[in-house]
Write a protein that binds this ligand. Structure first.
Ligand code: LRH
Ligand code: MN
Ligand code: MN
Length: 424
């Protein structure tokens, strides 16, 4: 399934006049318009290979049909996304869910769709068929050296596969922890994990980065061995300059001030990047921006401020990835919404009047500081984001185009009604 460019153009032409009016109206009020449009054009967000199928919970899973049955078909689906929004030009693989059988061919297929390989994700939170030792009581933290060795070797294998695909980062998320008080010696679990991470770190090429993801709870319910940003930072500081802390928006205790965490990790030069999603209760993995778009904007406001302070390139110097799941929506539509929400928050953050904000801060003028932030947040930047898509050859209205072109029913015809993509 390939999206034909002329169909996108046809749909765009119908909306062109209305779009132009909206764009001109917003653009007039944006002092740094060229900068904003240039930055929006460059900004891409990687799609994880596990997000193309319908997500489930432990209670059930309701497939919408036409799901990708192989890595090749997942790449095709991301190709559809990227053709429509021109901002999903990367794929993040999860091993062993999506092992490339022929790395060269997979790399070539991805390139045909304009995609590159973002961070590789290892998996030591599930036991795989034919795996000699179990991760029931952890992987890198395990009391048994042999289990740790098996988990280290898996990560090294993932690095090797990533090298072949042209990736340059490894994301490590550990389910390791304990479910009951007394089950684990916290210090020994930390030391074992650190030693295992050192071995993985040593196997990474010099131009690679390790992203160490934290999560406060689940699947363990009493302690987690990399539970929060402080613990992740402790590990990555000890490991060295190639190790960074990854922020998954759903992995915090309720009401955590994520934007402050982002600011301080950036200050320390230790922010790896993001797994974007949204949540109301826990690690809900809902569509980005569906619950708390203001928080997303505040995070991007810190990102822009902190990255500019360090002279970083917004598009390339951090890892940007979606990590969401879809129980009731079409996964492709959901991902289009997530990417759009991220770009809207980014565009709004680029509109913040920084000089005015700094002045308000120096004057302890809390009211004015809020006015400055909300002036940007309440600007309808959607025409700017749409214009940037249009200029890049994408669709003004990606979900509308996806529906008009009947992409899903074509995929169902091609792949069948009952398909199960690998993933969570
Ligand atoms: C854990 C997590 C982590 C995994 C992904 C499948 O909750 O966010 O990033 O790799 O889910
Ligand atoms: Mn994650
Ligand atoms: Mn998660």
């Amino acid at each position: 399934m390939q999206i034909e460019k002329y169909k996108i153009d046809e749909a765009n032409n119908q909306q062109a006049a209305a779009h132009q009016r909206k764009f001109d109206f917003v653009a007039e009020g944006v002092a740094n318009l060229d900068e904003v449009m240039g930055k929006l054009a460059e900004f891409n967000i990687a799609i994880p290979s596990w997000a193309l199928g319908t997500g489930g919970t432990r209670f059930g899973r309701f497939s919408g049909g036409g799901e990708p049955r192989s890595l090749e078909e997942k790449i095709e689906d991301i190709g559809v996304l990227h053709a429509l929004n021109r901002s999903s030009g990367a794929i993040s693989l999860h091993i062993p869910w999506d092992i490339p059988k022929d790395a060269k061919a997979i790399k070539a297929l991805a390139a045909q769709h304009g995609l590159r390989f973002d961070a590789m994700n290892s998996n030591t939170f599930q036991d795989q068929a034919n795996q000699p030792l179990s991760y029931k009581f952890g992987s890198l933290q395990h009391v048994d050296k042999n289990v740790r060795k098996q988990a280290v070797e898996h990560n090294i294998e993932v690095i090797k596969q990533g090298i072949e695909l042209g990736s340059n980062a490894l994301t490590v998320w550990l389910a390791d922890g304990s479910s009951f008080p007394g089950q684990l010696n916290f210090r020994k679990a930390f030391e074992n994990t650190y030693e295992s991470l050192q071995e993985i770190y040593a196997a990474m090429p010099d131009d690679w980065k390790m992203y160490l993801e934290y999560k406060c709870y689940e699947p363990n319910f009493y302690s987690t061995t990399v539970a929060d940003w402080g613990q992740s930072l402790l590990y990555v500081n000890k490991l060295g300059p190639k190790a960074y802390t990854l922020v998954d928006l759903g992995h915090h205790l309720p009401n955590a001030n994520i934007e402050q965490i982002v600011s301080l990790l950036l200050m320390e030069g230790k922010l790896a990047g993001f797994h974007f999603n949204d949540s109301k209760y826990g690690d809900d993995d809902l569509t980005v921006g569906s619950i708390n778009p203001y928080q997303l904007f505040l995070i991007f406001n810190e990102l822009v401020e902190g990255m500019d302070a360090r002279g970083m390139n917004h598009a390339n110097d951090l890892g940007w990835m979606i990590d969401a799941s879809h129980n009731v929506k079409d996964p492709i539509e959901d991902l289009l919404q997530s990417v759009e929400a991220i770009k809207i928050a980014y565009a709004q953050a680029l509109l913040v009047d920084k000089k005015k904000l700094v002045q308000a801060q120096l004057n302890n003028d809390a009211a004015l500081a809020q006015e400055v932030l909300q002036q940007a947040y309440r600007t309808d930047v959607r025409p700017l984001v749409a214009e940037s898509r249009l200029r890049a050859g994408g669709a003004l209205d990606p979900i509308g185009a996806f529906r008009d072109m009947q992409v899903r029913s074509n995929l169902i015809k091609e792949r069948g009604e009952k398909t199960v993509a690998t993933g969570l």
